[in-house]
Design a protein around this ligand. Structure first.
Ligand code: G3P
Ligand code: CA
Length: 315
C-alpha cells in the first residue's frame, strides 16, 4: 500500500509572514526562477509574482507589461517597439501583450536597477504564473513546509479592455492546483478595488487591496473590509523615514475592522532606507514587526527573515 506523503508544515500564523517581493529581487533579477528559489532558501513564506498577459493570453511574471527595463527584448525585437497609453500614462517600449509566450520564451531577464548587481543578467527566462505555482509547490515539498504565492494583478482594467482579462486565467490556474479555497497559501493583491470587488464573489482566496499613500478613515477601512481580507500599504503610511517620526494609527485601525496589514517594500540600499534606521536594514524590518504588521514585503527576504525570525544567517 502506498504511503501518503508527509504533511508540510503550514505557514506560521503567530508571526508576520515573510513575503519575497518579486522573489529575492535584491539579489537576483526580479521575477525569475532564480529569484524565487533564493527567496525560499532565505526563509520566505511567500513568493510574489506580479502578473501581466501575453498576446495569447498566458499569465507571466513581470512587474509591468512594458518589459524593456527588465529583459533583453530591445536587442531581440527592436522593430516591435510601440507607444501606448496604459492607465492614463503614455509609455514607450515593448509590451507583453504584443508577444506570444513562444516569443517571450526567447528573452532573458536583466536587473532593472543600475545600483544593483548585473552579474546575473542574461541567464534566466520569464516564468509563467503556472510555473511559479509549480515552483512554489516543489520548493515547499523539498523543505517540508508550505510555500505560499502572492500574485498581483497588474493593470487589470487595461488588460480587460484589450481582451486579455487577467482574473479568469488567475482563478483557473489556482483551481487547477486546488488552491481556490479559503485556507490556500495564497493572497491575491491589486491596486484596483474594482477587480477585487468582483473577485470577492468569485473566489474564497484571501484578497489584499494595495495602497500607496494617504490616510484611511474608519469608514474607508470598513468599506475595504467588505471586499478584502487585508491591505498592503506603503511603509510610509505606517511610519515616516525621519528619526522623529511617530507611527500612524493605521495598523491598529485596520485591525479593528478585521483587516490584515502587510507593508511594502523594504529595500536595504541607503537610497531607500529611512534615516531613522541608521543604515541598518534589519532595524527597519524589526520596527514594522514591533508595530504589529501581519506581513512584510522585502526585496531582501534574508533581511526580513532576520527580523521576523531573529535569524542573522541563511538557514
Ligand atoms: O505588491 C506590493 C508591492 O509590490 C506593490 O508595489 O509596484 O512593487 O508591485 P509594486
Ligand atoms: Ca507587487
Amino acid at each position: 500500500m502506498a504511503c501518503a506523503p508527509p504533511a508540510l508544515a503550514p505557514i506560521p500564523s503567530d508571526r508576520p509572514v515573510i513575503i519575497a517581493h518579486r522573489g529575492a529581487s535584491g539579489h537576483r533579477p526580479e521575477h525569475t526562477v532564480a529569484a524565487y528559489t533564493l527567496a525560499v532558501q532565505m526563509g520566505a513564506d511567500f513568493i510574489e509574482p506580479d502578473l501581466v498577459s501575453t498576446k495569447d493570453g498566458v499569465l507571466v511574471a513581470r512587474h509591468e507589461n512594458e518589459i524593456g527595463g527588465t529583459t533583453d527584448v530591445a536587442l531581440k525585437f527592436p522593430e516591435r517597439r510601440a507607444t501606448k497609453v496604459v492607465d492614463g500614462d503614455t509609455v514607450s517600449g515593448w509590451f507583453t501583450e504584443d508577444f506570444t509566450l513562444a516569443e517571450l520564451r526567447t528573452l532573458r531577464a536583466k536587473e532593472r536597477l543600475v545600483l544593483r548587481s548585473h552579474a546575473y543578467d542574461g541567464q534566466f527566462g520569464i516564468p509563467t504564473f503556472d510555473e511559479v505555482l509549480a515552483l512554489a509547490d516543489s520548493l515547499g515539498r523539498a523543505r517540508g513546509r508550505v510555500v505560499g504565492v502572492y500574485p498581483e494583478t497588474k493593470h487589470p482594467t487595461y488588460h480587460r479592455a484589450i481582451g486579455l482579462a487577467l482574473e479568469p486565467k488567475l482563478l483557473a490556474a489556482l483551481r487547477a492546483r486546488g488552491l481556490d479555497r479559503r485556507d490556500a497559501p495564497v493572497f491575491i493583491q491589486s491596486f484596483e478595488d474594482g477587480n477585487l470587488r468582483t473577485l470577492r464573489s468569485e473566489t474564497r482566496v484571501k484578497l489584499v487591496y494595495l495602497l500607496g499613500a494617504g490616510s484611511l478613515s474608519a469608514e474607508k477601512l470598513r468599506d475595504i473590509a467588505t471586499f478584502a481580507d487585508g491591505i498592503g500599504v506603503h511603509q510610509r503610511m505606517i511610519i515616516g523615514a525621519d528619526s522623529a517620526a511617530v507611527p500612524t494609527t493605521l495598523v491598529r485601525d485596520a485591525h479593528a475592522v478585521g483587516l490584515l496589514v502587510h507593508v511594502w517594500t523594504l529595500r536595504s540600499e541607503p537610497v531607500f532606507l529611512g534615516k531613522r534606521y541608521g543604515g541598518d536594514p534589519v532595524a527597519e524590518a524589526r520596527e514594522f514587526v514591533r508595530l504589529g504588521v501581519d506581513g512584510v514585503f522585502g526585496d531582501f527576504p534574508d533581511v526580513v527573515a532576520a527580523a521576523v525570525l531573529g535569524r542573522e544567517r541563511l538557514p
